[in-house]
Design a protein around this ligand. Structure first.
Ligand code: 1GP
Length: 250
């Protein structure tokens, strides 16, 4: 198994550019044609890495699509697991995640136990990640599919305690997730409160719809910003505007 190659790459991006820009591709929402066009744009738009994953895949073509993404992409392709059925050999690395904000043991440890021997056999680099679901103002797919309640945004103490627990459990990244397509992204003051408490780099995603909002997340302490839904469909013209907003160190 490769050790820390992608983790070190992400950390070096953060150091050099101020924060990293990650585009999430949901393999269920992109046809093969769509993907070719989208990845070529990503290659020329200052994106630092691609996350691939989704809560549900409605066909059997996930592996084929990941292979296609990997064959065209000039940036690393990292598995952002929606479930073990999306695991295959084409990723450069994976977030080995646990939904620490939930109390459903299957997503705390069950999926991970099923995945671990396959991950070892495939030789994929793992980046241990604590995943915290925060209320985004609407019902998210991840909330429903994982049976995990999101942390209320008016309870910063609960979020801070979870983030600290993730750090003490040895997670190398903490993902603050408002859910794909969230009505509201994580409030900047809440993010700022969490970043004061932990040293582990924070990934923020869910409901970030404008470059301005992405910039605010970085100023509030996010090390990596994930942009997904807003770039689905014909919206790819703003891919590079997010890069300028997120790379505050350049
Ligand atoms: C979802 O955080 C990601 O897991 C991205 O969210 O699709 O709302 O950009 P959006």
């Amino acid at each position: 198994m490769k050790k820390n190659v992608l983790k070190n790459y992400l950390l070096s991006v953060k150091k050099k550019k101020g924060a990293g820009y990650i585009v999430l591709i949901d393999p269920d929402k992109n046809s093969e044609n769509n993907l070719e066009e989208k990845i070529s744009k990503i290659n020329n738009s200052g994106v630092d890495a691609i996350f691939v994953g989704g809560s549900l895949i409605l066909d059997n073509n996930c592996e084929k699509r990941v292979e296609l993404i990997k064959s065209i992409s000039k940036v690393p392709v990292i598995f952002f697991p929606g479930g073990i059925s999306q695991l295959n050999k084409h990723y450069d690395a994976m977030l080995f995640m646990s939904i620490l904000s939930g109390r459903n043991s299957h997503y705390l440890i069950g999926e991970q136990v099923i995945a671990a021997p396959i991950v070892k056999d495939l030789g994929i680099e793992v980046i241990p990640t604590g995943y915290l679901l925060v209320d985004g103002g609407n019902n998210s797919s991840v909330q429903f599919m994982s049976g995990s309640n999101p942390i209320p945004i008016e309870k910063p103490d609960i979020l801070i305690a979870h983030a600290l627990a993730a750090q003490y459990l040895g997670k190398k990244l903490v993902y603050l997730e408002s859910g794909s397509g969230a009505k509201n992204s994580i409030p900047n003051n809440l993010l700022k409160a969490v970043t004061k408490y932990i040293d582990v780099p924070i990934i923020v995603g869910g409901g970030i719809k404008t470059p301005k909002s992405a910039n605010e997340k970085v100023l509030a302490g996010a090390s990596f910003v994930v942009i997904g839904s807003i770039l689905e469909g014909n919206n790819t013209n703003i891919i590079n505007e997010f890069a300028d907003a997120i790379h505050i160190g350049e």
